[in-house]
Write a protein that binds this ligand. Structure first.
Ligand SMILES: [Zn+2]
Length: 542
């Protein structure tokens, strides 16, 4: 029978320690929903009483499926539990579980707490008993457990034993500095299981040697039954154990799937990629393309030889089926592209072409020619789709750009400060009608974007929710013949994302091409003005 393994999310507490990350109450509510959607057993919401955001969050939020957990510290040395306001705030929170951090490294007990090892153990016992007395599930995070074990094995084990004997449901072994290696985790956890049974032990790993996931798995193999981690491995320094990766491994790798059961269903696993990307959106950062299982490149291949093998039998080059985690196979169109790459990509886009279609070599030549000029279609899926559809089928001419002009002015304003202002004028024709728009921005591309999206006549309503989320410029070759490549990432109100590319000796012109592609792609996907043979195409919502 498969044994139950519990997952504990600390994105809102430990993940919030990441420099540059500052969750609002609304963010915390959204993230809690994501964690619950994934089927994680515990959500640690933060530290009630420690700051206004956490206090408000605990006052507002209740979880539906996950066990809602408050974080805090064991009682201060020399005080009683009832005389420790910090602990009282944690015990007062309306939660299912309370996780208290305790020192387990003798050095920290003596130097940081300035107390004796005996008093440290009494503090752990009193605090756990207080949590249990409040009717909450009790957990102890043994801070610096592995370093503490190496320095003073007896005391580290005493801390774990004391917490367990006082009634802690979970004793969590924390690799707080993140420097412990998998073989050490195995050895030490095995030793701890002589004192606390494995089904009461947890692991909390940090990624300072890129082993947080490996350390978590090593701990499970050695007996622990709870894993703490964060969404996308968010966390201070190099991050925490990545729950997204762990969920996929525990569900899909037979060694784990046969032995353990987790709270994540197969249907929830299919949401993994979407949840991971949604979380990055909340953080306002681009998803890591190389993230295991969920990254855009996780199931991508470029070489023509591999591509033809993948089309014949995907298992030859993929360790798991990408669909199981809600990701997809990507066969990249590139200067190495063979015909099978192209066919596979067209098939994915829903563009039906026969293998011997004479237009196919033409498209291949066109892709190669443009890539030689500097276009990068593997990073600009929407531009590729437009190119392919134009050559093979039909892309409606939604609008025609007659001309554009951009002006950049640097001048003193009324206050006497030096400012740079950009203004753009764009003339477009829509349904035979000539429209002119003026846009202002903090730079020429911004002004151009403003002007272009100001008035597209009857198409305007379809691009209202379009938003530029990323803009990248690369100078391709130096000297007088330098070419500029601009990559733009866009998204809409439904969370769809697409990338477009423009290439020109002039950066504004390259940006303009990418902008026009982005708008055209959005209109194509919205199905507006599509003729019967040009069925609206659904965006992949990831
Ligand atoms: Zn930590």
């Amino acid at each position: 029978m498969a044994e139950r393994l519990y997952l504990f999310d600390t994105t809102l507490r430990d993940g919030a320690q990441t420099p540059g990350v500052d969750f609002s109450v609304e963010d915390k509510i959204l993230i809690t929903q994501l964690v619950e959607k994934l089927g994680i057993d515990y959500v640690e919401g933060g530290w009630p009483g420690a700051n206004p955001v956490d206090s408000e969050f605990f006052a507002k939020k209740r979880t539906k499926t996950s066990r809602f957990t408050a974080f805090g510290m064991t009682r201060r040395p020399g005080r009683s539990v009832s005389n420790d306001p910090g602990l009282a705030a944690v015990l007062d929170a309306a939660v299912d579980a309370v996780c208290l951090v305790a020192k387990s490294w003798d050095f920290h007990v003596k130097v940081a707490l300035g107390t004796t090892l005996e008093e440290n153990l009494t503090g752990i016992r009193d605090s756990v008993e207080a949590v249990v007395a409040c009717g909450r599930e009790a957990m102890i995070d043994c801070e610096h457990f592995f370093d503490g074990y190496k320095a003073n094995r007896e005391h580290a084990l005493d801390c774990a034993r004391t917490a367990y004997e006082a009634g802690a449901r979970w004793v969590v072994l924390c690799d707080t500095n993140g420097g412990t290696l998998p073989h050490e985790i195995s050895e030490i956890v095995s030793d701890v299981t002589n004192v606390v049974p494995g089904d009461h032990l947890g692991i909390h790993a940090h990624d300072d040697t890129c082993h947080a996931v490996a350390n978590s798995l090593a701990a499970v193999e050695a007996g622990v039954r709870q894993i703490q981690g964060t969404l996308n491995g968010l966390g201070e320094r190099c991050g925490n154990a990545n729950l997204v990766t762990l969920v996929a491994t525990l569900k899909l790798k037979p060694w784990y799937a046969e032995r353990f059961e987790i709270g994540v269903s197969d249907a929830q696993l299919k949401q993994l990629t979407a949840i991971s990307h949604h979380f990055d959106e909340i953080l306002n950062r681009a998803p890591n393309r190389q993230a295991p299982y969920v990254g855009q490149s996780a199931f991508a291949t470029k070489a023509g030889l591999h591509a033809s093998a993948i089309v014949k039998d995907p298992t030859t080059y993929e360790h798991v089926d990408p669909e199981l985690v809600g990701n997809r196979r990507r066969v990249l169109v590139s200067d190495q592209a063979g015909r099978s790459n192209l066919l596979a990509e067209l098939e994915r886009l829903g563009i039906g072409v026969q293998k011997d279609d004479p237009r196919l070599p033409r498209l291949l030549d066109e892709v190669k020619r443009r890539e030689a000029e500097g276009y990068a279609y593997e990073a600009a899926d929407a531009s590729f789709e437009l190119l392919a559809r134009r050559l093979l089928g039909h892309v409606p001419a939604f609008f025609h750009v007659d001309s554009f002009r951009v002006m950049v002015e640097r001048r003193h304003n009324a206050m006497g400060d030096l400012v740079t202002v950009s203004e753009a004028v764009v003339k477009v024709t829509v349904d035979g009608e000539r429209l002119m728009s003026v846009g202002e921005g903090n730079g020429p591309v911004n002004a151009l974007d403003m002007a272009l999206r100001k008035d597209l006549g009857r198409f305007q309503a379809h691009i209202e929710d379009l938003e530029l989320v990323d803009y990248k410029v690369r100078i391709l070759n130096g000297g007088t013949s330098a070419t500029t490549r601009v990559l733009i990432e866009s998204r809409d109100g439904e969370g769809n994302r697409w990338s477009t590319v423009g290439v020109s000796p002039n950066i504004v012109d390259a940006s303009f091409q990418a902008l026009v592609d982005s708008i055209t792609f959005k209109l194509l996907c919205s199905g507006v003005a599509a003729s019967p043979e040009d069925r609206p195409r659904k965006l992949a919502s990831v």
